[in-house]
Design a protein around this ligand. Sequence first.
Ligand code: IVH
Length: 696
Amino acid sequence: MNPEQQIQELVDKLQHLNYRYYQDNVSEVSDFEFDQLLKQLKELEDQYPDLRQEDSPTLRVGGTITKNFNTVYHRYPMLSLDNTYNEQELRNFDDRVRRGLDGEPYEYICELKFDGISLSFTYENGVLVRGVTRGDGTRGDEITNNVKTIRSLPLRVKAENVPPVFEIRGEGFMPITSFQKLNEEMDTLGENQYANPRNAASGSFKLQDSGETARRGLDCYLYSFLTDTEFFKSHEESLLGLKAWGFNVSPGWKKVQTIDEVLEFIHEWEEKRLTLPLATDGIVVKINSFEQQRELGFTAKSPRWAISFKYKAENKPAVLRMVTYQVGRTGAVTPVANLCDISERALPYNQVKGVHLSGTRVKRATLHNANEVLRLGLEIGDTVFVEKSGEIIPKITGVDISQREKYPTEPLIFPTHCPECSSELQRNEGEVAFFCPNDSHCPPQLKGRIEHFIHRKAMNIESLGEGKIELLFDLDLVRTPADLYDLTPETLLGLEKNILNEETGKVKKISFREKTVENILNGIALSKTVPFKNVLFALGIRFVGATVAEKLAAYFKSMNALRLATYDQLIAVPEIGGRIAESIASYFSVPENQQLVARLQAAGIQMESDEKPVELESDMLEGKTFVISGVFENFERDDLKLKIEVNGGRVLSGVSGKLNYLLAGANMGPSKLEKARKLGVTILSEEEFLAMIENK
Ligand code: IVH
């Protein structure tokens, strides 16, 4: 078989498997086999780029980097819906519809209202060519490479009778399980967690790295179809049509004849929706016939033929039984409310089931920090109100002080000492969190640092997830990341431990059999090849996230150079400020950290960046500083940056009096331009810049 045939065969096979999986819910092969096929295809495509097909399944795994998303106009504006929270307003809507249609009979389609972000997809000759966010309704961001990672979205429509150009719209969302996984990961990395799946979806669809978007497991439900000439006669027909063409249409919709049936649908889904794998916040009611939709028309903002009914977030009383304190990797102490239902007030706490709220039993809610406790004015024994924000994360919204007479309370005293290691807690000026300063011995800090160390974006030791670290830590085998490199088959084989999940109360048994041990040790060995920037990130230095680590690695090129850098040398690095510089200097001044780095080095981990130093083309921009802003015709921003640097110049992030040039592209912010003008900074266009460096 020649490469072209090989590629075709793999594409067909993968498309078939994808279709079976998403349309028929059947997995013909394991995830592993699927990924292997995908990998084979990717390798062939990399070898023969000309043979890559425009709808290749490898697009699903992403890998493109987009520096700035293009802004594009919507062919048809993306409107929003009128909202209501009560039944009377819904009946009023029905009255307006009846009057608007002069007494003609009409039907409604009821659908769930998915809580994600509105997306628009354009297909030309059956191929997905563009994916755009709603933006302001008139224009949005073009995020085509990111939407192609949605596995359930056809990259090519196989049906015969599709119009040459059409647009479909739907809701991009993050399933609840993906959301929880992502937040756990954010937590391990010490990054901010997303408040709800909608924010997570919105952030993830707009990532520059489509590979990361792909990993986050986004999905999409489609609910509208648009063309220049009418294709379907009704919304129902269009939903059935989309479904038949292979689009992911949510199965929950229903056609009804009267507003009473609409209300029935609303009641039916009030609880049922909470069992769905994604967040929903209401119901959308739409007139079925497209002709009648046209008759009713639009207001400036929304259609007159549709309305959304939003469920009120369920808010219930609960009893604050006690507050426990969690210590994280960075030592930050987070207060957690332990709750029970008001009917369980007298039960011992280990027997309570918790408050029933939006489909689950809630026993815990984070209180974030001491300020939040003060703001709410909480006391132990208080009757509080709980709600789920975005229907997922429980949150205390207030206190019912009137209950204190009947049920006496005790003051809530924030601890002065660490609940895990008894060190005296501290609080930095200007920060809300109390933290435990004992970073070299406090158990959750040590364990958290190892979890961070093995993370995919750090040393990527996947074989050590899910409780294995806990086992190694509890048995005193691994106390610092360097201990991982001393593990041997003999120490690991046969280890066992039951691990209790406090949320579910379930016990999971972990045991190290031969295969597990082999995987663990292979993973650890392989981590010696991850690049220096990952190693630097893996150390978990405060304020040194993945991006900062990358910048530092590129600048200093080795752990040694970074370790010896002075504060002044650190802040000289573009985009490294005082807070980061201080944190780095302080990290390397601690003997335990010096020892850790030395042991990691001895274990054979990459302590130097193997990127070749850039070769200078000229030194004509020596001593000159630039800020790059806006979008450019011939360059991505990074290319421009490189061009400046290989000619001896430096790129800064903000406009100041010291700046020499502002390189201004299209769509740059007017305030930056204004500031540059005021400060007398020379403003260069792309052409002027090109002329400048070509004249060398
Ligand atoms: S139809 C003219 N159907 O809700 C507007 N929208 O408030 C047509 N949404 O921007 C939208 N589920 O992001 C429609 N089944 C559904 C929906 C839905 C969620 C979102 C959508 C829209 C917003 C309007």
